[in-house]
Design a protein around this ligand. Structure first.
Ligand SMILES: CC(C)(COP(=O)(O)OP(=O)(O)OC[C@H]1O[C@@H](n2cnc3c(N)ncnc32)[C@H](O)[C@@H]1OP(=O)(O)O)[C@@H](O)C(=O)NCCC(=O)NCCS
Length: 161
């Protein structure tokens, strides 16, 4: 069963493992081959906690049968204009292609549009990441532009109603 909980500081060692093993297939968090360390993730978490308090970020840990397998979240939330960036990563390849990414994104989209009341979500994805692009297309994201190897996409809450 797939469940979700708040992203916690205790997830840092998993973040380090997952982010380093996925450096090639990334969007907003780690665009280009930066080595992720425990220190950098501790710093990230400090910033995250402050931004979460300010309502700018909200991340979830994704669990499969109670085991943490990935994370996802909303970044740069602007409640005034109703927008946020989205990000998702399922850590191990063994957990991909089982419907968990889609289930997780649907949870995140409902959270953004229904619980928070946002109006649109946006993301950037590498143009070679066809798996993620297929997922975003399936969820109703529309391509906005393509530049420097990345595709920008957005999803409006009107599409979901
Ligand atoms: C992208 C990612 C979140 C997708 O999650 P997932 O659990 O693997 O995907 P799901 O099993 O839920 O599949 C959902 C849809 O994604 C697409 N998809 C999944 N696996 C695919 C594959 N091997 N080939 C092509 N499309 C695929 C399909 O559209 C699929 O819908 P379908 O089953 O009706 O065909 C996951 O693979 C991942 O975390 N990848 C690494 C990090 C990453 O690239 N994040 C996105 C950065 S912007």
């Amino acid at each position: 069963m797939t469940t979700f909980r708040s992203h916690l500081r205790e997830d840092i060692s998993l973040r380090v493992k997952w982010l380093n093993s996925n450096r090639a297939a990334f969007c907003s968090v780690n665009k280009r081959n930066i080595i992720i360390t425990e220190d950098s993730q501790n710093e990230w978490f400090n910033t995250y906690e402050a931004k979460k308090k300010d309502g700018v970020k909200k991340f979830f840990t994704i669990l499969s049968d109670n085991i943490a397998i990935g994370f996802m979240g909303l970044t740069n939330m602007n409640k005034k204009i109703g927008t946020a960036g989205v990000f998702i990563l399922i850590g191990g390849v063994e957990n991909r292609g089982r419907g968990i990414g889609e289930q997780s994104m649907r949870y995140l989209i409902d959270y953004a549009f229904i619980d928070i009341g946002l109006k649109s979500l946006y993301l950037e994805v590498e143009e070679s990441n066809s798996i993620a692009i297929n997922l975003y297309n399936k969820l109703g994201f529309k391509k906005l532009s393509q530049e420097g190897g990345f595709i920008s996409m957005s999803l409006s809450c009107d599409v979901m109603s």
